[in-house]
Design a protein around this ligand. Structure first.
Ligand code: 1HN
Length: 336
C-alpha cells in the first residue's frame, strides 16, 4: 500500500475538520457560462390540451387551485421552480367555479392567456380579468378568484416562492380574510403622474392591482421605438416609479417584424410569455421559434436576442431584475 504524502494527509485533515482550501474552490469569479440552468420552453400546443384535461378530470373540490406549475427539468432543487427565484404555472377555472381566499409570503401575478370575465379579489378590491391583463396579488395580500363568464379561463401565474423557500421564509394562510384596512381604488392611480394622498397604507408594492392590456397597447403606441425597432414598457408602482412588487419586475417587449433586437445579457432571470405574434429567440447557444402563449425562460448571463416573424410581436417578461439590482448584483451588457 502506497504511503500517504504529507500533502494528501493535510487535505484529508482539512476536510475532516469541515474547512475547505479556497485555492481549490475559487473559479476566477465569473457567472458560469453557458448557464447551468439552460433555457427551456413550454409550448402552448402541449400545455393547452393539459388545461382541457385538468378542467375535465380534476374537480375543484379535490384541489385548492387547479394549477400546473412549470417544473424546469434542468433545475435540480426540490419544490416548485422555473428559474432560480421564480416559478411559472398555468391555472384553469371553469364558469361557476371559485378558488377560495388565501395568502402567502411570496408575491404572485396573473396574466390571462385565454378566456375572460373572471375576477380576482385582492385585499377586497375586485379586479376583472380580460385577455392579456396583468393582475397583481402581492406578498401577504388575500386573494380569491371567481369565474362567472361562459367559457373557461386560463391564466399564467408567476411567483417568487422559490426564493422565499430558499431563504426558509415562506408562509401560507387560508382564509377567510379578517377585516382589511381600506384600499385606494385602482382608478385613482390610472392618471399618470398623479397619486392620491389619502392616508391609506402604502405597502412596498403597487397599489394598482390590475394593469389592463388596453393601457399597455396605448402606452406602446405613444412611445418611440429603439434603434432596433423594439419598444419596452415596464409595469411600475405608480406611487414610487419602482417595480410592481418587491421581488418581481415585469415588462412588455414589443418587437418589429424581421428586426433582431440588439443582443444583451443580464444577471437577472426572466420568464417570457408570448403575448402576441410569432418569432424566434437566440438564447446563448439555443434557438427557439415561438407562437402565441408559448412560455420560455431567459437564463441569466446568456446572450439574448429576439425577432418577430410574419408580423409584429409582443413578449411579456416576468423578472427578478429589480431585486437583483437592490442586492447590488445587477450587471448588464449589450453587444454593439
Ligand atoms: C400558488 O400558491 C398559486 O396561490 C399559483 O394561486 C401557482 C405555483 C407554485 C406554487 C404556489 C396561487 C403556484 C402557487
Amino acid at each position: 500500500m502506497a504511503t500517504k504524502t504529507t500533502q494528501e494527509d493535510f487535505y484529508e485533515a482539512v476536510e475532516a475538520a469541515s474547512v475547505a482550501p479556497l485555492w481549490r474552490q475559487f473559479n476566477g469569479e465569473q457567472p458560469t457560462e453557458p448557464s447551468p440552468l439552460p433555457p427551456f420552453m413550454w409550448r402552448w400546443s402541449s400545455i393547452s390540451p393539459l388545461t382541457e384535461r385538468a378542467a375535465r378530470e380534476v374537480p375543484m373540490e379535490d384541489v385548492e387551485r387547479r394549477v400546473l406549475s412549470l417544473k424546469n427539468p434542468h433545475r435540480g432543487v426540490a419544490g416548485p421552480g422555473t428559474t432560480k427565484n421564480l416559478v411559472g404555472a398555468i391555472q384553469t377555472l371553469l364558469p361557476g367555479e371559485t378558488a377560495e381566499a388565501h395568502r402567502h409570503s411570496g408575491n404572485a401575478l396573473r396574466f390571462v392567456l385565454e378566456g375572460h370575465g373572471a375576477e380576482t379579489i385582492v385585499d377586497g378590491k375586485t379586479c376583472l380579468m380580460e385577455e392579456r391583463d396583468l393582475i397583481l396579488t402581492p406578498l401577504l395580500s388575500w386573494h380569491a378568484h371567481r369565474h362567472t363568464a361562459s367559457e373557461k379561463i386560463v391564466w399564467f401565474d408567476a411567483l417568487d416562492i422559490p426564493l422565499f423557500r430558499h431563504m426558509n421564509a415562506s408562509f401560507y394562510e387560508e382564509g377567510p380574510p379578517p377585516n382589511l384596512p381600506p384600499q385606494s381604488p385602482d382608478a385613482a392611480f390610472l392618471q399618470g403622474g398623479l397619486t392620491p394622498v389619502d392616508g391609506n397604507a402604502r405597502p412596498p408594492y403597487s397599489p394598482l392591482f390590475r394593469y389592463p392590456w388596453a393601457a399597455v397597447l396605448q402606452a406602446l403606441s405613444d412611445m418611440p421605438a429603439a434603434d432596433d425597432g423594439s419598444r419596452t414598457l415596464r409595469y411600475t408602482n405608480p406611487a414610487t416609479g419602482g417595480p410592481a412588487m418587491t421581488l418581481i419586475d415585469c415588462f412588455v417587449l414589443a418587437l418589429a417584424k424581421d428586426r433582431d433586437t440588439i443582443p444583451y445579457r443580464t444577471t437577472s432571470d426572466a420568464l417570457c410569455v408570448v403575448a402576441d405574434g410569432e418569432g424566434e429567440s437566440q438564447i446563448g447557444e439555443h434557438s427557439f421559434t415561438w407562437q402565441r402563449n408559448d412560455i420560455f425562460t431567459l437564463p441569466n448571463w446568456s446572450w439574448i436576442s429576439h425577432k418577430a416573424v410574419s408580423g409584429d410581436a409582443k413578449l411579456f417578461l416576468v423578472t427578478d431584475r429589480d431585486a437583483i439590482d437592490r442586492l447590488g448584483m445587477l450587471r448588464e451588457e449589450t453587444r454593439a
